[in-house]
Design a protein. Structure first.
Length: 132
C-alpha cells in the first residue's frame, strides 16, 4: 500500500516539474523600450527578425524570479498571449535587455500587438507620477 502512494507522489512531482513555466508580458506595462532588427547579415540566421526589448523594473523582477525558480526547466515567454520564446533556463535572467529571434509570421503579430496598444496608458502614467 505504501509503495502505491510513493509512486503516485513521484509521478505528480515529475509531471509538475516537466511543465514549462510561462511569463506573459504586456506591451502596456512591461517594456521600457522595444525595437526590431529587420536585417542583420552577421546573425546566426539572417532570415530571423530580432526583437530587442528593455524590460520595465517590475517585469525585470518577475523575469528574474521566474527564471530563478525554473533553472534547468523550460520557460515560455509570451507577449499578450503570443509565444515569442520557448527556452531551457540555464540561469536566472537579471539583465533588463533581452533579444528574441522571431520568424516573420510571429514578428508581424508582435508588431500588430504593439501598434494596437496605446503608447501612453495607465501603467506608464502611474510610473511617471511616482517619479514626480
Amino acid at each position: 500500500v505504501m509503495s502505491r502512494y510513493a509512486t503516485l507522489l513521484l509521478m505528480v512531482c515529475f509531471t509538475a516539474k516537466a511543465q514549462a513555466a510561462t511569463i506573459d508580458l504586456s506591451p502596456r506595462c512591461d517594456f521600457d523600450r522595444v525595437s526590431l532588427v529587420l536585417l542583420d547579415h552577421d546573425a546566426a540566421d539572417p532570415n530571423l527578425i530580432a526583437l530587442d526589448v528593455e524590460l520595465a523594473p517590475a517585469a525585470r523582477k518577475r523575469m528574474f524570479e521566474i527564471t530563478r525558480d525554473s533553472i534547468q526547466g523550460n520557460l515560455k515567454v509570451t507577449i499578450n498571449g503570443l509565444q515569442v520564446a520557448d527556452v531551457r533556463v540555464i540561469n536566472a535572467i537579471e539583465t533588463p535587455s533581452i533579444r528574441f529571434s522571431l520568424g516573420r509570421e510571429v514578428s508581424e503579430k508582435v508588431v500588430s500587438i504593439f501598434l494596437s496598444s496605446p503608447a501612453v496608458d495607465k501603467c506608464s502614467t502611474e510610473k511617471i507620477s511616482g517619479l514626480l
